[in-house]
Ligand binder design. Structure first.
Ligand code: IPM
Ligand code: MN
Length: 357
C-alpha cells in the first residue's frame, strides 16, 4: 500500500476550519482507495510568527521539502499588516514558493453546473467556461530587485522591479504547452508588451517557442484587454499563461466566474520536488471562527494534490463528484448566492461531501 507523507499548513483565519474538512476527507478516501498517509501539521503564516517568530520557520520548510505533497489552507490577517515586511504572513508564503522552487502555479476555473446561477455574470456567458491560468510564481515583480522605500530630498519614494529572464519565461511556457496538449490546444499569453520591456521579452520568447508548436492555437493579449475579455467572453480561453502579478490579478477575476472565490483550487509545482496545493482564496479574517467558510476550494485543492501530487486520480475524481452531488442537491455555503438553496455551515458542508464519498 502506498504511504504518503503530507504536510498540512492550516495557517490563519478560516484555515483551521477548512483544513478540518480536508483531514476528514483524506481519512475517508484512504480507506476507500487503500492508501496510507502520514499527516504532519506544521506552523505557517501569522500563527507561526506568533509562536516561532517567523512566518515560515525553518522546521516547517524542512518538513515541506521532505514531504510528498504540501496542503496549505491560507495565511494572513489585518493584525499583521503593521509588522515589518519580512515578518508578514505573505512573506512566509513567498518564501515557501521560492524555497521549493514552485515556479508554476496552476489555477483551473471550472464552472460547476449547479452553480450557474451563483455567478454575478449571466448564465449564457459562463456556461462553457473551462480555463486554466498558468501563473509564473517565483519571479517577476514579486521577487525583483531592487525594491524598497527610500527618502529622497525629504520625500518618500517606493519602487519595485519587474524582471524576467528568457529561461524563466521558457520554463513556464513549457508548462502551459504540456497542459494545453491534454486539453484544447489553445494558449493565450498575457502581457503588457506595449508598455513594458520585460513584457516585450516575454512576448518575443513565448512567440519563438510557439513556432515549434504549430498545432497549438496561439495568441497574445495585453493584460487590460484580457481582464475585459474574461468578463465579456470567458469561454474563448483554454490556457492563459502569464507573469506573477498579472496572474495574481486575473485569477481572482476568473474565480468570480465560478460564483465565488471560495470555489477555486490551485497547485504550485516545481520540476521535481513536492508541490503545494492551496485554495486561491485568502484567510478571510472577517468570518474566521464562525464556521461559515466555504470548504470547497480547499477540498478541490485536496483533489488536485491527490491527482497531481500523489497520483491517486480515482480519489481525486471522487472528491469532485461528491462536491457536484452535494451542490446539485441544493446545499450551499453562505458565499454562494442562490435563493432556493439550503445554507450550511463549513462543518456541515464538509460532512455532506464526506457522505457522498
Ligand atoms: C495568491 C495570494 C498571494 C499572492 C498573497 C497572499 C501573497 O494573493 O496566492 O494569489 O499574491 O500571490
Ligand atoms: Mn491572489
Amino acid at each position: 500500500m502506498n504511504n504518503y507523507k503530507i504536510v498540512l499548513l492550516s495557517g490563519d483565519g478560516i484555515g483551521p476550519e477548512i483544513s478540518n474538512v480536508s483531514k476528514k476527507l483524506l481519512s475517508k478516501l484512504s480507506e476507500k482507495y487503500k492508501f496510507n498517509f502520514e499527516l504532519k501539521e506544521e506552523l505557517f503564516g501569522g500563527i507561526a510568527y506568533e509562536q516561532k517568530g517567523s512566518p515560515a520557520p525553518q522546521e516547517t520548510l524542512e518538513s515541506c521539502k521532505s514531504s510528498d505533497a504540501v496542503l496549505l489552507a491560507c495565511v494572513g490577517d489585518i493584525k499583521y499588516d503593521s509588522l515589518s515586511r519580512d515578518l508578514r504572513p505573505e512573506t512566509g508564503l513567498l518564501k515557501l514558493r521560492s524555497e521549493l522552487n514552485l515556479f508554476a502555479n496552476i489555477r483551473p476555473v471550472k464552472i460547476r453546473r449547479s452553480l450557474l446561477n451563483a455567478s454575478s455574470l449571466r448564465k449564457e456567458i459562463i456556461e462553457n467556461v473551462d480555463l486554466i491560468v498558468v501563473r509564473e510564481l517565483t519571479g517577476g515583480i514579486y521577487f525583483g530587485e531592487p525594491r524598497g522605500i527610500v527618502n529622497i530630498s525629504g520625500e518618500k519614494k517606493g519602487f519595485n522591479t519587474m524582471t524576467y529572464s528568457a529561461s524563466e519565461i521558457k520554463r513556464i511556457t513549457d508548462v502551459a504547452i504540456k497542459i494545453t496538449k491534454k486539453r484544447n490546444n489553445k494558449i493565450c499569453s498575457v502581457d503588457k508588451a506595449n508598455v513594458l520591456e520585460v513584457s516585450q521579452l516575454w512576448r518575443e520568447t513565448v512567440e519563438e517557442i510557439m513556432k515549434n508548436h504549430p498545432d497549438i492555437e496561439f495568441s497574445n493579449m495585453y493584460v487590460d484587454n484580457a481582464a475585459m475579455q474574461l468578463i465579456r467572453d470567458p469561454s474563448q480561453f483554454d490556457v492563459i499563461v502569464t507573469n506573477n502579478l498579472f496572474g495574481d490579478i486575473l485569477s481572482d477575476l476568473a474565480a468570480m466566474l465560478s460564483g465565488s472565490i471560495g470555489m477555486l483550487p490551485s497547485a504550485s509545482l516545481s520540476n521535481d520536488g513536492p508541490g503545494v496545493f492551496e485554495p486561491v482564496h485568502g484567510s478571510a479574517p472577517d468570518i474566521a471562527g464562525k464556521d461559515i467558510a466555504n470548504p470547497i476550494a480547499m477540498a478541490l485543492s485536496t483533489a488536485m494534490m491527490l491527482r497531481i501530487g500523489l497520483n491517486e486520480p480515482n480519489a481525486a475524481d471522487n472528491i469532485e463528484l461528491a462536491i457536484d452531488n452535494v451542490l446539485s442537491k441544493g446545499f450551499r455555503t453562505s458565499d454562494l448566492i442562490d435563493k432556493d438553496a439550503q445554507i450550511l455551515s463549513c462543518t456541515e458542508m464538509g460532512e455532506k461531501i464526506i457522505q457522498e464519498i
